[in-house]
Write a protein that binds this ligand. Structure first.
Ligand code: CA
Length: 370
């Protein structure tokens, strides 16, 4: 008992001593309490996106990104987000950031292919890398440095900020059993995937999201790709075509981007820059996780409730599309030196990654099979 009292007394004395010493200024010359504190500068930024208002996962993730930054910066960086068309047309997002009309944008690098052909590697290319490979390349394999280099002349700094995962091959009114079935096929498929389809004898059609369903339903097109089960189900595409093919050979892991105007970026103090950078990383992860989880649920509903026929592209068809992709990329590389350089770097990483992946993810997926 007495011992306890002594120990308690000692503890009390020690505690009081610590508390007292904490109240002492650590530096006798310190006048911290009386120094005038400069209020931190508040930044009011505008951000435009390529997505429709309230577009789940895409625009949703961007709104969350802006809110998180405002919270973490204690209101020092406030970002007003505008969906596509609200402030500038969706496909003028890059120009608006480049010219400094707005400080930030969100979209996908392949939208700027007309201006920067090499940018396509920073979103996705047919038979390219999946989300895992893209993240490894961009963050840790030199990809992001290349990306920054190719955007630099445009006064824009890019950050990976989202990934759709492997997309679906698309909705087809008729079965695809041989390469010949691609001949004359009118399909909504943008970018390099469209160029590959054209080589196979098909006709790629460019349509905005809002027009896809009606075009397929009325037979103006024979097939369309969109995103994955979740977004495709929302668009009601299962009501317009019967066959749902996989995999999305043309978009194996589309990276989305945050773009920031260079001068705006340089005007930010280091702590706010770090908040933006880390929040972009978190958005990259969040969007990918959302796509994966929502696709699982939607796939189940499509098969169980809507009786959609989920079919793999025949190996012969995929082999031919792969061959035509290599030819398409080689042609593009001949026309643009930067495209060629980025293609070489991308290909090197993809080849090495495939070697590792074959004995890691692929081997494991194989081991899980019954
Ligand atoms: Ca797509």
């Amino acid at each position: 008992m007495i011992q306890h009292r002594i120990i308690y007394g000692l503890l009390l004395v020690t505690t009081i001593t610590i508390m007292t010493s904490c109240n002492q200024p650590t530096n006798s010359n310190s006048t911290v309490g009386s120094e005038p504190v400069t209020p931190a500068k508040t930044f009011h930024w505008k951000m435009v996106t390529t997505w429709p208002p309230n577009f789940p996962v895409f625009q949703e993730g961007v709104m969350q990104f802006a809110n998180d930054i405002e919270t973490m910066s204690d209101g020092q960086l406030q970002i007003q987000v505008y969906a596509g068309g609200e402030l500038v047309p969706a496909l003028q997002t890059f120009d608006a950031v480049s010219q400094g009309t707005v400080q930030m944008g969100h979209g996908a690098a392949y939208y700027w292919a007309g201006k920067i052909p090499a940018a396509q590697f920073m979103s996705t290319v047919p038979f390219g890398m999946t989300a895992k490979g893209m993240n490894a390349w961009l963050y840790s394999g030199g990809g992001l440095e290349l990306w920054r280099e190719i955007y630099k002349p445009f006064n824009v700094i890019p950050f990976p900020a989202g990934n759709s995962g492997v997309q679906m091959g698309g909705w087809f009114k008729k079965k695809i059993t041989t390469v010949a079935d691609l001949k004359g096929l009118k399909m909504r498929i943008p970018g390099l995937g469209g160029k590959v389809l054209a080589k196979a004898g098909g006709t790629p059609i460019l349509l905005a999201g809002g027009e896809v369903y009606t075009a397929l339903e009325r037979g103006a097109i024979d097939a369309t790709e969109w995103v994955g089960p979740y977004h495709d189900q929302r668009l009601g595409l299962y009501q317009a075509a019967q066959y749902y093919y996989y995999p999305g050979w043309h978009e194996p892991g589309t990276t989305l981007e945050l773009i920031v105007n260079t001068q705006a970026w340089e005007s930010l103090p280091t702590d706010l820059q770090r908040i933006v950078e880390v929040t972009a990383r978190s958005t990259n992860q969040w969007m990918f996780s959302q796509f994966e989880a929502l696709n699982i649920k939607a796939l189940k509903e499509l098969t169980e409730q809507h009786h959609v026929k989920i079919l793999p592209f025949p190996p012969e068809v995929l082999k031919e599309l792969k061959r035509l992709t290599a030819a398409t990329l080689a042609e593009e590389a001949q026309q643009d030196e930067t495209f060629n350089q980025v293609y070489q770097a991308y290909q090197r990483f993809q080849t090495d990654y495939a070697t590792w992946n074959a004995i890691a993810d692929e081997a494991y997926a194989h081991a899980l099979q019954p």
